[in-house]
Design a protein around this ligand. Structure first.
Ligand SMILES: Cc1cc2nc3c(=O)[nH]c(=O)nc-3n(C[C@H](O)[C@H](O)[C@H](O)COP(=O)(O)O)c2cc1C
Length: 135
């Protein structure tokens, strides 16, 4: 069963560009290796992440992420089973402000979440809007 978790969090302090790149790169490599798909955005001191993959892997990974001392105030936005992968591309997609990681337009992301219920989609859209406004 595929499972998706999405959360927002606050970086423990304003991170330097290279620290953000490190987290994004580390995350991308690990996730690709473990068949985890996702999206990680860092902007103005906040993270927004969506991780999707085998249920056990995703729930275990979220436990690890929650313990990571580089961020705090982790707020779960949604967690749910999905019957097909949210991300068509087999590689995880990661974007952040001012970095050259593979760019993914928010419009594309909204396409990927179109199978989630309407309330969840609205929540995600509002968060993305807030992130876009802050950056
Ligand atoms: C905001 C944030 C998001 C992260 N997202 C992931 C992720 O999607 N996948 C991952 O493997 N590690 C992610 N990490 C790193 C993990 O918290 C952890 O450091 C890493 O998985 C290594 O865990 P280990 O030392 O127990 O092997 C993230 C860290 C932060 C701060």
């Amino acid at each position: 069963m595929r499972f998706v978790i999405s959360y927002v969090s606050t970086a423990i302090r304003e991170l330097h560009q290279d620290e953000v790149v490190n987290i994004l790169e580390e995350t991308q490599i690990r996730n690709n290796k473990h068949g985890v798909n996702g999206l990680l955005i860092y902007t103005s001191g906040n993270f927004f992440e969506v991780i999707e993959g085998e249920k056990i892997r995703i729930t275990d990974l979220f436990k690890v992420i929650k313990e990571d001392p580089r961020h705090k105030n982790i707020i779960l936005i949604f967690e749910k089973e999905v019957d097909k992968p949210l991300f068509k591309d087999k590689d995880a997609n990661f974007i952040s402000e001012n970095t050259l990681h593979r760019q993914m337009e928010v419009e594309n992301f909204l396409y990927y979440i179109k199978d989630l219920d309407e309330g969840t989609q609205t929540t995600v859209k509002n968060i993305l809007k807030a992130i876009a406004t802050n950056s």
